[in-house]
Design a protein. Structure first.
Length: 356
């Protein structure tokens, strides 16, 4: 076939795709009617991940898994918008890494509500002004985001999904590199790019701001004073800055994990992670005895963090991620055993243990 013939075939396939997508949209609308009638959540992360896995297994063509997931993410985003006017709160402003993580999970068809701080994200969801919230929880270079951990202590919300986002920071400015005197960015980004900064701008003033988007704005507004910013390419695009250097983070695999928070826990999918927090009694050996519950039932701990309880000096709350769902028999037994050695055990949520 020549080029024109191939394009005619592509147009034919596109028409078929549109017809099928319209048919799918009609079925999605029926799903929404049933969910509303039965009081079910519109967004079902367990169903979403199960569908994506099935589609990847069914795929016999040239499209890689990453492309399959990206295409269906937008199809499902459009479906969510058809079912309900879904609103997602996230740590703003627009253009932050959290915003990009939210889009990666929910697509472009739903509504987004940027919030000025972590507690406002939680509050919007708790007050039902947003259906879900997206917040960062840890970075592979800089570790846990303590503010998020602390908010879970008193929050009634659950973790219902996670998002892993590769973070590639860059140097952006509207002035030549040699004129840069001040670098603006979020504290986490400065930490992720520490070696690069020392090598390339050892004498520059580092100014911490609330977000990489704010840093880009300040770099634009203060260009005459030698300002530049460190952050993602979306922030550079939003404020008309030139990306002078890409991928400046010290570790090539720099990844941030984000959480989706909502009102209800997620049912089992067969490949889940459970997050809990607990506080042990102030007695010798109490922490060791508590952790032995997981060893006894052969439950793998993938993460443990401690934070001050903020109720009594030198007492701590521990945050743990476990393999499995809290409804799994072994996990349920381990949590019951854990409770015997703790003054507090709180389930934060069980959710699909995705790698995307």
């Amino acid at each position: 076939m020549n080029l024109d013939d191939i394009r005619i075939q592509i147009d034919k396939v596109d028409r078929q795709l549109l017809d099928l997508l319209s048919e799918r949209a009609d079925l999605v609308h029926e799903v929404g009617v049933v969910k509303k009638r039965d009081g079910l959540q519109i967004y079902a992360p367990e169903r979403e991940e199960s569908l994506l896995r099935k589609l990847v297994e069914m795929n016999k063509g040239r499209l890689p898994e990453k492309s399959i997931r990206a295409i269906y993410r937008e199809i499902m985003s459009a479906a969510l918008a058809l079912e309900d006017d879904l609103k997602i709160a996230y740590l703003g402003p627009e253009g932050t890494w959290t915003h990009q993580a939210a889009i990666k999970k929910f697509g472009h068809s739903v509504g987004y509500a940027p919030q000025p701080n972590f507690s406002d994200v939680f509050d919007q969801v708790a007050r039902r002004l947003a259906n879900y919230g997206v917040v960062p929880i840890e970075n592979s270079t800089e570790g846990a985001v303590s503010t998020t951990l602390d908010l879970f202590v008193d929050s009634p919300l659950f973790i219902c999904a996670q998002i892993l986002l590769r973070i590639e920071n860059g140097l952006m400015a509207s002035i030549p590199r040699e004129e840069i005197k001040t670098l603006y960015s979020h504290p986490q980004v400065f930490g992720q790019c520490r070696s690069w900064i020392l090598k390339n701008f050892p004498d520059a003033d580092l100014v911490e701001v609330s977000s990489t988007t704010k840093a880009a704005q300040l770099a634009r507004d203060n260009a005459a004073q030698g300002a530049a910013a460190l952050g993602g390419p979306l922030a550079a695009e939003m404020y008309g800055l030139t990306l002078l250097e890409s991928a400046i983070q010290d570790r090539a695999t720099n990844t941030t994990r984000f959480l989706v928070i909502g009102e209800k826990p997620c049912p089992p999918t067969g490949n889940d992670r459970t997050s809990i927090l607990f506080a042990v009694r102030h007695q010798p050996g109490s922490l060791v005895k508590a952790l032995q519950a997981f060893e006894h039932f052969e439950i793998n701990m993938s993460k443990i963090e401690s934070r001050p309880s903020k109720q009594k000096d030198w007492e701590y709350i521990f945050y743990v991620d476990l393999s499995g769902h809290h409804q799994d028999a072994k996990v349920a037994e381990a949590l019951e055993e854990l409770g015997k050695h703790c003054s507090l055990v709180k389930l934060l949520g069980s959710y699909p243990d995705t790698t995307e």
